[in-house]
Design a protein. Sequence first.
Length: 150
Amino acid sequence: MIKMSGTVGSVLHRKGNEVCFVAPDETVYDAIEKMADKGVGALLVIAAGKLVGIISERDYARKVILKGRSSKTTLVNEIMASPVISVTSGQAVDECMALMTKSRIRHLPIVENEKVLGVVSLGDLVKWVVSEQEETIEHLHNYISAKYPT
């Protein structure tokens, strides 16, 4: 097995660090609308500049739709996941993937000194790993080709 390298800080640097968020007192409808506009599956919940929760499409499906609640009257803080599982930018990609798998989450905020630096998704990490492996394969191919010319 090829060892995964890199940190989530590197992934974030390549991906970009735009943070999509809502306030805890916004309606779930507003949060879902924002997710659709931004093309994301989750939003951080930020109050007074601090990360207080995360809300995902899964939360909406399970805690609003299946419970017969209204997205226009239910507030984000009623269904958000809190406390939030987060990491620092120096965390290794493979450790983050293991944490996300174990915790059954798809979005991982990167936080340092209570400041949100960005969010990576499981898809972002998989894309990083594939890119790293392609690079390794290319280096190996070049090494073999140089050593054994045809």
